[in-house]
Structure formats: C-alpha cells, structure tokens
Design a protein around this ligand. Structure first.
Ligand code: MN
Length: 406
C-alpha cells in the first residue's frame, strides 16, 4: 500500500546522467485501449490501426491478450505476419497457459515480445490473488523463464506496482531480471499515484536494476495525472512509456501518446528526451481510431481535439493573425492538422472577420466592414458560432439593402 512506502530522497541526477535519452514508445491502443467500453475492434480494424501505428513509428506494438479471446489471438498473429520488422508484444498472466498462448500467437513475428504480469500490491495479493508475496515472486520468475524459452524479449509487469511495498517491488524486479526479463514495467494500474511519489518509486527500481533492464511505466488517468506521472518517471530514469492513441483505456484511460510525445518535443528544453514518433501522423492516427470505435477525443483534448488549434477570442485572433506564435505553441502541421482555425463567434473581433471575408473573396471598405461587424456580432450573440455561409448572407443582405435604398 502506498502509505507504507518508505520514500527516501533519491539523487536522480546521479542515477540517470549516464543513461541514453531515447525513450521507447510502447503502444497499447490495441490491447489496454481495446479492452475498454465502446472500443472493441475487429481483426481487420486492428490490422488497419496497426498499419497507422507503424507509420507513426511506435517502438513496440502491443497487439492483444491472446488467452482472453480468439479475436485477440488472431489479431496478434495477423499483425505479426503483416509487420514482421516491428516489435509485436502479446500479453499474458504469469502462468503456463497464458505464456504458451502468447508465444503461439507470436510465431510469425520476427521481433516477438512476451509481456507477462502478476499483481504485486498487498491489496491485490490479499483480496484478488489470495497469495503470499513468495508465491507471487515464484510465479513471476517461472513465467519469465518459460517466456524466455520461446523468445529473447520478455517484459514483466508488476500490476498495481505504484501501490506495492517499495522493498518487495525492488526484490521482484531484480528476480525477474535475473530470470531473463529485459523490461520491467511498474504500472500505476489504478491511476492513484502522483508525479513526485511515482518518480521516487520508479527511481528506486531504476537504481536497483542499473543497466540490466529498461524500466517502463504504464499510467492510468483516473486523477488526470497519467501524462505528468509518465514524464516524472522518465525524469527518474524510465525509458519506456506505455500509452494509447487518444488516451483510450480502462476507466479514465491510459497516458495519451500524442500528449506525452508532444510535451517532450515542444518542451525539449525541460524534457531533453527523444522518441521515434513521426508526429505528423498523430492527427490521422487519432482520426482513424475515432472512426473505428464509438467515440472520439473531447473537443478540447490537447493536440488532437477539434478545438486544439481553434482561436475564438478577439484579442487572441488579432494576435494570431499578426504573428501565430503569440497564441500558438505548436505548429498544427507538425501533428498533421492542416492549419490553425479561427472560429468566428461573439468573441471575435474585426480583424478576424475582415480576414475571413478576404478568404471568402470579399474585399470590404472600412465602413462596410464596420456595418457588417455590427450585424455579425448581433447574429453571433444568438449563436455558438457563425458559419461562412452566414457571413456571406450578411454581406449579401447589406448589398440588397443598398440596392433598395438606391
Ligand atoms: Mn492498464
């Protein structure tokens, strides 16, 4: 349990200064994401999504949980055949049946990864598994050894890791690495941790494992901290982030791939890490996923939401039209959004309206613009936004009036 953690201050700088700054992106859209409500995908849909994730440049593509369903097995198999050069991961609990099934589903992958997990927190041991720490440790190492008989690349996850006793977490991490795991994932399965605490947990495991394994993070967004927790973990020495497109996943979802990647890219001065992500595919990846599941990102979602690059307030629009960098920190094109949008509404000013009229092919005198602006704000007051057609109609109305007056 978290309140039993003995948190000792850790010299993160000393622990991480010799490490590479390359952070691996482990995409679990097709596994953790797909297993959440409204997100089921068929095998052909998963294969299409996998194609996009490959274009995007994810390092590891978790394609399913093969023991869970035949569909999951087929998805891992299909993706392994179609994209043999990609590291494809299959999930399985730390038991023979699951590990064997995962291995079988990866038969055609050239770079297969078996990802096996067991819960390690006392709360899960007591109420869910009804097992002792020793039993869990033995089952974890046995599963990793079995997985290593099939593949070289084995990842172990300590489920509910963020609420696991720090000493036990260190012990099991060392044991699975000795058994052959190359990646040790410490998930915040229930989205309970916070950046400072999570950094301490991760830092301690990083220090214990040294360069014998990559430490990975897998954060849930129950408190809206999945992205900040993942970044804090990277600062503490984690070098793999598990994440999903649009942040889909169990309950409130996983760490959003597009957000965590764009923080490291946009604020590289603060987060001097690199990924292999081709960011100009982010928006289309988000759109493709939205077209296959039952919901898209909320309009105000960072990076990929409909309003992420839309400016409505008059002061903002005026500044944006003079120099984009006044209100835009990311070039929309860098994430595959054609360009920033000015939304014309009741908060818009003359400058934006004038620009839109010009874009629509109308050149107005100052007095014509003043008169149009007056009628525009009257209309905008009654509406959530004004469409281009309505602006054209307003211009037309004035011309009609003049014709009558003449
Ligand atoms: Mn999860």
């Amino acid at each position: 349990m978290s309140n039993q953690l003995t948190v000792r201050p850790l010299d993160l700088k000393a622990a991480t200064q010799t490490m590479s700054n390359r952070v691996y992106i482990f995409d679990t859209t097709l596994r953790d994401g797909e297993q959440s409500p409204g997100c089921s995908m068929t095998v052909p849909e998963k294969t299409r999504m996998a194609h996009k994730l490959v274009d995007l440049g994810v390092d590891i593509l978790e394609a399913g949980f093969p023991i869970a369903s035949d569909g999951d097995f087929e998805a891992v198999d299909a993706i392994s055949r179609e994209f043999p050069w990609v590291t494809v991961a299959a999930l399985g609990r730390a038991c023979t049946l699951d590990v064997e099934r995962a291995a079988q589903s990866l038969k055609h992958a050239r770079r297969p990864r078996i990802h096996t997990f067991i819960a390690t927190s006392d709360i899960h041991l007591k109420h869910k598994l009804k097992k002792s720490r020793q039993q869990v440790l033995d089952e974890a190492t046995a599963a990793v050894e079995l997985a290593r008989e099939h593949v070289d690349d084995v990842e172990f996850s300590a489920e509910d890791g963020a609420r696991t006793d720090a000493g036990f977490l260190e012990e099991i991490s060392k044991a699975v690495v000795a058994a052959g795991a190359r990646t040790v994932n410490i998930p915040d399965t229930v989205g309970y941790s916070a950046p400072r605490e999570y950094a301490e947990i991760i830092g301690r495991v990083v220090k214990a494992l040294g360069d014998s394994a990559i430490v990975s993070v897998h954060c849930h967004d129950d408190l809206g901290l999945a992205v900040p927790n993942s970044l804090a973990a990277v600062e503490a020495g984690a070098r793999q982030i598990e994440c999903t497109i649009n942040g889909i996943g169990e309950r409130a979802g996983n760490c959003s791939l597009e957000e965590v990647v764009m923080v490291m890219k946009t604020r590289n001065d603060l987060y001097p890490y690199s990924t292999g992500i081709n960011t100009e595919h982010l928006y289309s990846a988000s759109e493709l996923l939205s077209s296959m599941i039952t919901f898209g990102p909320q309009p105000n979602k960072a990076i990929v939401g409909r309003n992420a690059f839309a400016h409505e307030a008059g002061i903002h629009q005026d500044g944006y039209l003079k120099e984009k960098s006044t209100y835009e920190i990311i070039d929309p094109k860098s994430v595959g959004v054609p360009e920033g949008k000015l939304v014309l509404g009741k908060h818009s000013g003359r400058h934006a309206l004038h620009k839109r009229c010009e874009d629509l092919g109308f050149s107005l005198t100052k007095s014509a613009l003043d008169s149009l602006y007056h009628r525009f704000t009257a209309l905008a007051d009654r509406k959530k936004g004004v469409m281009d057609e309505e602006i054209i109609a307003l211009i037309g109305e004035r011309e009609a009036k003049h014709a009558v007056g003449d």
